[in-house]
Write a protein that binds this ligand. Structure first.
Ligand SMILES: *Cc1c(COP(=O)(O)O)cnc(C)c1O
Length: 390
């Protein structure tokens, strides 16, 4: 239940990839022979599948190694290309590290960044956003949903605000593609980052959407070379990965309504099951504006790490984002929503997905309840607190 970190490869995606991994091995840039032209046609089919999953056109898709690279290209690419226009970027404190770290790098190079705070549910204030805009603002970068607490931001409204002021709008959609409906036209998005391995596709392949019309967005490349992907991202294309990403997008979008409803039901069952058996547990994030597959819970009087270690052999969950799981202390996202330090230490993130079953949810409830009760039985603080309530 750690689908926010990654997801298993769907067998249908593997089937689609097999030819490109074996017989159809051509270089998509080799146009002089049929091997190359065939590989190119596989890539173009996948490009359309990715584009159509969020209302874009094929020629607006640049394949990358994942959402981290897409975020880097978007932020650094805009900052360089529009240096004459302005040097100010607006984001929020709870972005993924692959947005925050490139921005930190840009700050060392003369870019000014406003980090909007979030409220206790993890939402930004649209008033704060409007107030932060200056004559020098060139870009607003706000993720569509958070990878730890699942809070969904009002992407469409942010897109309108950006458009009114003639500012580009970038969205890290790694957690929302295939989970909630994304549409770059309706939501006024100029740049969108996404990745295959969060939607049961292969790892190491993602994409950046770059708007071509109304307005045409220019980017300076990070990787120079053979001029692939419109010169924005040189290097021989990862044809099997791209084919898999295309298939993963097609499946995720075709099955989204049904699958999101199914997963939401499982998530709600998990929440209800834990709440029925355990006192003093608290859900972190937004009660309604939340990804259907996300549940982030603090278990008071437990050390989150001890809980994860105890669960580790049977249940795959995490304390926060996998990308920062090496760093000690509570997650910066939980700090940003202002939850009590002791509760931040006890948070567990559940991320449900395509291959989780109802039977697994029952098992997870059982194991988590037993483990929390066992750990609390060893906690003098919990015992004292319980006596004071009796
Ligand atoms: C997973 C994730 C990323 C990183 O994607 P990679 O493809 O692993 O580089 C970026 N942003 C968010 C919100 C994510 O969840």
């Amino acid at each position: 239940m750690d689908y926010h970190a990654t997801s298993p490869l769907d067998p249908r995606v593997l089937d689609a990839m097999m030819p490109a991994l074996t017989t159809d091995f051509g270089n998509a840039a080799s146009r002089t022979h049929s091997f190359g032209r065939h590989a190119e046609s596989l890539v173009e089919t996948a490009r359309a599948q990715v584009a159509h999953s969020f209302g874009a056109q094929s020629d607006e898709i640049i394949f990358t190694s994942g959402a981290t690279e897409a975020n880097n290209i978007a932020l650094k690419g805009i900052a360089e290309a529009y240096r004459q226009k302005g040097n100010h970027i607006i984001t929020q404190v709870t972005e993924h590290k692959s947005v925050l770290d490139p921005l930190k790098y840009l700050e060392k190079n003369g870019i000014q960044v406003t980090y909007l705070p979030v409220d206790q549910q993890g939402s930004i204030s649209l008033e704060n956003l409007k107030k932060a805009i200056t004559e020098k603002t060139i870009l607003i970068s706000i993720m569509s949903a958070n990878n730890e607490i699942g809070t969904i931001q009002p992407t469409e409204t942010i897109g309108k605000i950006a458009k009114e002021r003639g500012i580009f709008f970038h969205v890290d959609a790694a957690q929302t593609l295939g989970k909630i409906s994304m549409d770059v036209e309706k939501q006024g998005i100029d740049l969108l980052s996404c990745t295959a391995h969060k939607i049961c596709g292969p790892k190491g392949i993602g994409a950046l959407y770059v708007r071509k019309k109304n307005p045409h967005v220019h980017l300076n490349p990070l990787i120079h070379g053979g001029g692939h992907e419109g010169g924005i991202r040189s290097g021989t294309l990862n044809v099997p990965g791209i084919v898999g990403f295309g298939k993963a997008c097609e499946l995720a979008v075709a099955e989204m309504d049904k699958e999101s409803a199914r997963v939401r039901k499982l998530r709600d069952k998990l929440k209800a099951g834990l709440e029925k058996e355990l006192d003093q547990i608290y859900v972190n994030g937004h009660p309604t504006e939340r990804l259907p597959n996300n549940l982030n819970i603090s278990f008071a009087y437990i050390d989150g790490q001890s809980l994860l270690t105890s669960l580790g052999e049977t249940v795959a969950v995490s304390a926060g984002s996998a990308c920062i799981s090496g760093t000690p202390g509570p997650s910066f996202v939980l700090k940003a929503i202002g939850i009590r330090e002791d509760l931040a230490h006890t948070a567990v993130r559940f991320g449900l997905g395509r291959f989780n079953t109802e039977e697994e949810v029952d098992r997870v409830i059982d194991v988590v309840v037993k483990t929390v009760k066992k750990l609390r039985a060893m906690s003098p603080l919990y015992q004292a607190d319980k006596r004071s309530h009796e």
